[in-house]
Write a protein that binds this ligand. Structure first.
Ligand code: LIP
Length: 278
């Protein structure tokens, strides 16, 4: 089986580098921008082109594999995510689209291969600053081929916390953001918002940030980060403390279990409709 995954890994790395060139070239050019779920939930022609290139390239090599892609899902008749046990590539072609639209260089391609719903391969690639985060199940996590480790910080009062504002204008979601900023800001070292869930998780994986929490994201934002954080020695769970569920639209990850548990006790919860809800 490992030879099959070697082939998958080499293929997806080659395609990721190819689409990375497109993102790097286009980030400072004029874009055609359309909106999706809210007036600031953007999609550009680059998001669509990158997703198409990845899906076409992967299907050519692996015709039986399935895909869950951000843009294909939002263009479909139903926006429900169907995740089966078949090998499935979960793709966010440009995570941090709002950043991309503004030319703010925190953008990445996020791709995970799930087999029987378990991540085998994960890639988060920021082509603008050339940071390639990779992981394969049981083989560790890497940044530009160098091993990475999540931080050992156990105490929330010493933590650098990634927390996103998101692009929803749902009042309940905005209240969740407001309450958590007010709760966390006075008691942590600092709060950061990179504008990309995948890059927030990559920062936790390499120890740049100690913990990250978000609710309202989708499977494609967090599927790759889940494997990369865990392979870097960190923990990934539901913000209520239960097991992580890639379709739940909720994630909490940290360098240590005790830090994650302190976050669980501290934060206000928000439960958006699941990715697989009708
Ligand atoms: C974005 C996430 C970000 C989140 C936004 C949005 P996109 O993904 O990565 O963390 O706060 O709501 O979902 O739309 O740029 O792929």
């Amino acid at each position: 089986m490992s030879a099959v995954y070697d082939h998958c890994y080499k293929t997806v790395l080659r395609l990721t580098q190819e689409v990375g060139k497109l993102i790097r070239t286009r980030i400072n050019e004029a874009k055609t921008v359309n909106t999706k779920d809210s007036e600031i939930d953007f999609v550009t022609e680059t998001d669509k082109e990158v997703e198409k290139t990845l899906i076409n390239g992967l299907s050519a090599e692996f015709p039986d594999h399935k895909f869950v892609g951000e843009e294909s899902t939002s263009e479909g008749t139903s926006q429900k995510v169907v995740l089966t046990d078949s090998p499935t590539w979960v793709i966010d072609p440009v995570d941090g689209t709002l950043n991309f639209v503004h030319g703010y260089p925190h953008v990445c391609v996020s791709i995970a291969l799930l087999v029987e719903k378990v991540p085998e391969i994960a890639i988060i690639y920021n082509p603008v600053v050339n940071q390639m985060f990779t992981a394969r199940k049981g083989q560790g996590a890497f940044l530009n081929d160098q091993p990475i480790k999540a931080s050992k910080t156990e105490d929330l009062s010493k933590a650098l916390v990634c927390f996103e504002f998101g692009c929803s204008r749902n009042p309940e979601k905005m209240n969740f953001v407001k309450e958590n900023v007010l709760k966390l800001f006075p008691q942590v070292h600092g709060l950061r918002s990179l504008g990309s869930a995948a890059l927030d998780m990559a920062m936790v994986a390499c120890g740049g940030a100690d913990v990250y929490l978000e609710a309202g994201i989708h499977a494609w934002d967090i599927a790759a980060g889940d494997l990369i954080v865990r392979e870097a020695g960190g923990v990934v769970m539901d913000p209520s403390g239960g097991p992580f569920d890639v379709l739940s639209r909720r994630v909490l990850c940290a360098g240590t279990k005790s830090l994650a548990e302190q976050m669980v006790k501290t934060v206000t919860q928000y439960h958006p409709p699941r990715d697989d809800a009708e």
